[in-house]
Design a protein around this ligand. Structure first.
Ligand code: GLY
Length: 441
């Protein structure tokens, strides 16, 4: 590995709670020179210089890297990676002077194509739900397949669909409507013109993250996210209404199975395919009778999981990022904060449906903080020096506690102090986990 720089100029791409949490950790690093976030939000503007550029435009990112002397680019969301941003920067800076945290497009395909991911899992013996893929010209075959398949059944658009491309159908009509919408191109354009239809696995979900330099990896704290809009896991599926880490049912035995049955074969498979993967891998797992089944890969960190995972990592964040980009992850022992961290999302009224933006947000100033809370901005913007809402998920309010009850209660108390028109949040994040006996990570 190159000698660590003490004046790293860092560019974080993205503008949500995940990227604010990354900026928060980067800003604590003694290695940081200047910090830029593109496009960022009102929260990142307090820690970094926000750049008004589109992360999916490789030429614009390259220009910013040159203009600001960036040494390290950390890519938050998946779309720039699937579109080949890491490949572009690798070609433009072949001497390795610009490290990139995020895989090349061939690696990002694990998220960019559900069909590719399922074939990869099958090829490398990774436990997953049984499935079949269909293309647009196979609509009749797909309709007949779901009519004869036990319910529920899961229909997934192959490509990126902004988190909306998965339908869990409890009846044949819903499955067939999803197939028609996707395969016709009506619902998700080209992203839906191949679909994966898979067996529904009943169990409990867990989000598992690794950081890898392509040769070795380190396991990051595991998390559980809460996708339903309302308390009690009611309401529509959202991008995530909260998260908690650690996850008490992730016992030592389960963690060993995840490493041996999921993580190792994935990394071996990537190497066998000749893919030099440098970045995060997010394994979306379903645990069924204490066995892990891989539902999906993501080529990035989760959101809102990052807002509980990163605060728990005490190791210098930029040291970890440098080692992902340049090698040496194997030799870095992560130091973790043992307490529980919970985050609750303050969302705009109507989310995940249509929302109104531009409402002023109050209660953000530090006088409302407690020593245990952190407020990460997600969908916020600055308008006339006032922080206003700018998205469905507006803030991720994280807090530490000795257990999940204390962490979630503190996060909800801090969230209560934040006000904007239509704001709502869940108060039960993590409380379903009380039935499990915690085991040290
Ligand atoms: N929280 C799920 C995701 O980031 O995709």
């Amino acid at each position: 590995m190159n000698a660590p720089k003490k004046n790293l100029n860092v560019l974080i791409l993205g503008g949500g709670g995940r990227e604010h949490a990354m900026a928060y950790k980067a800003a604590q690093s003694p290695q940081l020179g200047q910090l830029f976030v593109a496009p960022g939000n009102a929260g990142t503007a307090q820690l970094a210089t926000n750049l008004a550029l589109n992360p999916e435009d490789p030429a614009a990112v390259e220009a910013a890297v040159r203009q600001h002397g960036i040494n390290l680019v950390i890519v938050g969301p998946e779309a720039p990676l699937v579109a080949g941003l890491a490949d572009h920067l690798g070609r433009q800076f072949p001497d390795g002077s610009v490290g990139v945290v995020g895989p090349v497009a061939a690696g990002a395909r694990l998220e960019g194509s559900k069909d590719f991911a399922k074939a990869f899992m099958a090829k490398y013996g990774i436990p997953t739900a049984q499935y079949r893929s269909f293309q647009a010209h196979q609509l009749d075959e797909a309709l007949a397949y779901v009519a004869n398949h036990p319910l529920p059944i899961v229909v997934k658009a192959d490509g990126l669909a902004a988190g909306k491309g998965v339908v869990i159908a409890h009846d044949v009509a819903t499955a067939q409507a999803a197939l028609q919408g996707m395969l016709s191109g009506h619902d998700f354009g080209a992203a839906g013109q191949t679909v994966v239809v898979e067996q529904f696995l009943p169990g409990i979900e867990i989000s598992v993250f690794i950081a890898t330099d392509g040769q070795s990896y380190t396991l990051l704290p595991m998390a559980k996210d809460y996708k339903r809009q309302l308390d009690g896991d009611q309401g529509p599926i959202t991008g995530g209404m909260g998260a908690v880490s650690p996850v008490p049912f992730a016992t030592r035995d389960l963690r060993t199975r995840i490493r041996e049955q999921v993580i190792r074969p994935t990394l071996a498979g990537l190497r066998a395919e000749g893919i030099d993967y440098k970045g995060f891998i997010f394994f979306g797992l379903m645990v069924v009778d204490e066995q892990p089944y891989l539902l999906e890969y993501n080529c990035r960190m989760g959101d809102p999981e990052t807002e509980v995972v990163l605060p728990r990592i005490e190791t210098d964040f930029l040291e970890l990022m440098q080692r992902i980009a340049h090698g040496g992850v194997r030799d870095l022992e992560l130091s973790l904060r043992a307490e529980t961290c919970a985050t609750v999302i303050c969302a705009s009224g109507g989310y995940p449906g249509p929302i109104t933006k531009g409402y002023p947000i109050t209660g953000l100033d530090a006088t409302h903080d407690t020593p245990h809370s952190l407020v990460f901005h997600a969908g916020t913007a600055l308008k006339d020096n006032q922080v206003v809402t700018a998205g469905g998920r507006v803030l991720a309010v994280s807090a530490f506690g000795k257990d999940v009850v204390e962490a979630t209660t503190r996060a909800a108390q801090r969230a209560e102090a934040v006000q904007f028109e239509g704001r709502f949040f869940r108060r039960d994040i993590g409380l379903d986990l009380l039935r499990f006996q915690p085991e040290a990570e």
